[in-house]
Design a protein around this ligand. Sequence first.
Ligand code: FES
Ligand SMILES: [Fe+2]
Length: 271
Amino acid sequence: MTDELTLGAVYERTVEVSLERVWENVHDWEHLPWLHRGSFSGIELEEAGPWGWRAQVKSGLGEAQETRLIELRRDPHRDLYHTRTLEGPGKGSDTVVTLASRGAHQTDVRVEFWLPIADAAQARAFGAALEVLYTQLWDEDEEMMLRRQRVVDAGRQGEERTAPPNLSLGAWDDLSERLPLVVTSERGEYRVVETASGYFAHPTLCPHRGGPLEQATLEDDHVVCPWHGYRFSLANGRAADGRRCRMKPPPRVERGAHGEAELVFASPSPR
Ligand code: FES
Ligand SMILES: [Fe+2]
């Protein structure tokens, strides 16, 4: 397969997460234009399965936009996968990634860049550029996987039977100036924000894969998760596009009897 290809570079690193987290990340095609927004500008999936995925991957914007048909295929017998460019710039290149577990929270990663370039010096120059790109991508992936690992390790919190007490947010009159504000309650962490419709609180844990909603952008009374771009309504927590995942019911932001702002939690609904 790699007969006409030249090895441009080898990139190695150890990431501080389990092999399971790395495989989860490798199969997660959806995060490319969101988590790696500096490197990719769009993705259109053609097919995905336990074998990997194939998609039209876009980089750059406007006149400078490039589209590549990329196929990520997992070796069924080893912890190894190929990312091949089937169409577009760099067609024929094959990035071979070998993974090796070094314990519950450590995985070795070895990336070989096989390029359709006969000239060895030219292949090395391209390989060096790819090393820079992959360092950036794996930095971003590792940060995502570390948070995801913490979310998985923490597990699900037990069911609450009663609403927690109201949580004071300080004076109502200057609340607007202190936003956005991240607070911790018995029900977890919330961010308090203000939109044209008023004050809202929303959980900082994305219901999709635990993404950091404290960094979410606000659009038309929705939060947009930075990991995969899912949009959730601030009013009711529902996903804007009808996806089944939903933010847990947010508390209301209300003015208390003594002029302070409060988070008011609803009682869990009876089953
Ligand atoms: S973690 Fe995927 S959209 Fe938030
Ligand atoms: Fe990634």
